[in-house]
Design a protein around this ligand. Structure first.
Ligand SMILES: Cc1cc2nc3c(=O)[nH]c(=O)nc-3n(C[C@H](O)[C@H](O)[C@H](O)COP(=O)(O)OP(=O)(O)OC[C@H]3O[C@@H](n4cnc5c(N)ncnc54)[C@H](O)[C@@H]3O)c2cc1C
Length: 391
């Protein structure tokens, strides 16, 4: 317990908080609630009447207590031998292989899923293959952790094998919440570019529903498509009950995500890149595989697998029967994948986007803000003309 008169708690300001919810989970008095800020990102809000100044929230915060960068033990290019598994995954299907190892032992797997009917992204516990299907695929929205860390601790204390997967900040948050190492826990994070706002996601969905005059029944990301595209598909049901699918790979949401308009501010100064999360394994897309191992490239997805601990490396290599693996290096992964070490620059129109998002139509804001300047359009026309003449 700290001094009685100390001003508490001294959590990071909103532009540094990553929203991992470790403070919420650790608070012994339930004095912390995770509430959306003006941009729709969850932030801790403290009930000062309930707070007892114990300082646990500050001690658990992974932003205030950052880990050191780790040097990976082993790096691989890997793809599941099951082509269908890769078709329904984002890259090489490695997440599913790791998860199945844990499920086969009667364990629990935690990861991000779309939650109907709102399609918000939440962290979920699954214990069978059917559940695993919901966790597959990258959802480009910050997921809500809720009670996940508490549930992970319960499973671990009951002796279950657990795989927790998420963004590096969430892995760091869980590690600090647990406060000790568990042999039965495997921590897997994704190479993370940045996470977009849940509010922006909801505004995008309602904009598409208004356009189609139909309700969205399901959302899918990066499945059954070219693995190089950040595809997003929406299933609508029209008033007569007919379901149909619209592929929004080139839509405004993916455009705005790629243009750094939607992301949490902290992601542009991320404290967890460079393997600082403390995970066992990091998985990502092996962009540029066609130059390194051309024979591995079948346009169906290859993962970069970076093992930071002996445990992670041993668990991954136990999959040998199900996966094609080649040795690689961080330098090879990095060549086309800067997110491993570097933050992306914030879009200077980001604040304009968030100033308008509550009142205006998502597609209109994005189209207006990302409309290229006149000189760029002219340059593009000239380029197109020159190419047509050369041809
Ligand atoms: C927001 C985001 C940004 C990413 N940025 C990059 C990048 O810049 N470079 C790169 O190489 N890879 C990036 N990835 C990771 C990549 O898209 C694949 O998720 C990864 O290669 C695993 O693919 P897979 O085929 O093994 O498994 P999949 O089955 O596709 O794996 C999905 C995994 O991602 C987790 N996940 C999905 N959505 C979220 C979410 N919103 N929050 C937390 N965890 C989630 C699931 O829990 C599961 O573990 C990003 C992923 C996300 C979610």
């Amino acid at each position: 317990m700290r001094e009685k008169n100390a001003i508490v708690p001294n959590l990071p300001p909103s532009d540094r908080c990553c929203g991992c919810a470790a403070c919420y989970a650790i608070c012994p008095k339930n004095a912390i609630t995770m509430c959306p800020d003006a941009e729709g990102f969850l932030q801790p809000t403290v009930n000062h009447k309930a707070c007892i100044n114990c300082g646990k929230c500050e001690n658990v915060c992974p932003v205030l207590n950052q880990g050191l960068p780790r040097t990976p033990l082993a790096v691989y290019a890997a793809k599941a031998k099951d082509d269908n598994l890769r078709r329904i995954s984002s890259s090489g299907g490695v997440f599913s292989l790791l998860a199945r190892q844990v499920l086969d032992k009667g364990g629990a797997v935690y990861g991000a899923a779309f939650e109907p009917p709102t399609h918000k992204v939440v962290h979920k516990r699954v214990t069978d293959e059917a559940g695993l299907d919901e966790l597959r695929g990258s959802k480009y929205v910050q997921s809500e952790i809720g009670e996940t860390y508490i549930s992970v601790r319960e499973d671990l204390e009951n002796g279950m094998s657990v795989l927790f997967s998420g963004c590096p900040c969430q892995v760091a948050g869980l590690r600090r919440f647990l406060g000790k190492e568990y042999d039965n826990l495997l921590l897997v994070d994704v190479i993370c570019h940045a996470v977009p706002s849940p509010l922006a996601w909801q505004k995008y969905l309602s904009c598409q529903e208004n356009k189609e005059h139909a309700k969205i029944s399901r959302t899918f990301s990066r499945r059954n498509c070219d693995w190089r595209s950040f595809a997003l598909s929406l299933e609508f049901v029209n008033p007569s009950g007919k379901a149909y699918l619209i592929d929004s790979a080139s839509g405004t949401y993916i455009h705005a995500f790629g243009a750094e308009l939607l992301n949490r501010k902290t992601c542009h100064k991320c404290s967890f890149r460079s393997f600082k999360s403390g995970c066992d394994i990091t998985i990502g897309d092996f962009w540029g595989i066609e130059r390194i191992y051309p024979d591995m490239n079948d346009n169906n997805g290859v993962s970069a697998v970076i093992c930071s601990t002996e445990k992670g490396n041993n668990v991954f290599l136990q999959n040998a029967r199900f996966v094609e693996v080649r040795q690689s290096t961080i330098k090879q992964v990095m060549r086309r994948n800067k997110s491993v070490y570097y933050d992306f620059r914030i879009n200077r129109k980001r604040n304009d986007f968030f100033d308008q998002i509550r009142e205006c139509n998502f597609d209109e804001i994005v189209e207006t803000l990302l409309d290229p300047p006149w000189w760029f359009k002219i340059l593009k026309c000239i380029k197109r003309y020159i190419f047509s003449v050369i041809k």
